[in-house]
Design a protein. Sequence first.
Length: 336
Amino acid sequence: MLRAVPVSIIRCLEARQPPRPALWRCFSSQNVQLNYQERPPPGKRNGRYINQPDKGDAVDIAKHYESVMHDGRALSPPATLNSMGFTLERWPTAVKNFRDDEEVKGVYYEEMRSVVKKTSGAQRVLVFDHTIRESGNTNLNAAAGGSAAPVPRVHCDYTTDGAPRRLTKLGQEGIYSLIRGRNLTEAEVAELASKRFAFINIWRSISDEAPVYIKPLAVCDERSVKPEERFLYELIFPDRVGENYSLEFSENHKWYYFPQQTKDEALVFKVYDKAEDGPRFVFHTAFDDPSCPPDAPPRVSIECRTIAFFDDDSAAEELQSKPSAETAQWSAFGSF
């Protein structure tokens, strides 16, 4: 039996104005198209060559599948990092100009360190990178001070093997301890890696004009993903190979997004957790929202990447990374 559409929603649609989020509660899910990677044929590897000629052995094939998208705001109880691998936090920012890298690193990184500590319970948090994305952009790479396009492909930024290697790489580039006043030694980084650590991303709108309508970010409840559905996606650089996870489509995947996410809201989610007793790899993607108004303003967002360290026998310690060109290249292909 069809359900009557509330008059309040009809009036909003007639006025070409988006209804308030609360009005959508009786329509908390909708069908959308999500871009899933296809497994490579025999003799080929799944991935792409970067900054070097294509050798012909890598394929990068994706296909749209109809999927059910749920309203994360309707979850009761709300999602948490421990329960579903993601959470939405009200976390206003004091940053005035997100195009100013120095202000972002000086102000925003500290704010993101705090939200990750609060949501994860970690004692130490390393904030090592950020990227600004705009829906009107087509380039996946962000130059210094510039922006990149959203990534409409289901993926997770790290793998079981790739995440520890990334931590080691960051240690080699230099992880600075604000308390000790020096870079951590190789032995100290190895000690961190020997305990539990988690890569955690934070995504938010940075637009003062409107919430997110175009290409919002969706996250998948990892409890709906079977381990055998994950498969490797390789980022083949001249001097190294980075790893993402791709995901084989299943109608059982439970996808969520937070409609009309505002600048004061931060979506926090895991992309790797060494602990195996909870969510570890939260797949995510930008997507086209069928309820998006035709005259919606562009999406302008920032994603921030962190590593949370859980070591109960150590005092809290603030860490920061040494930025590098390699870090910028790496992050451009592990994003959303």
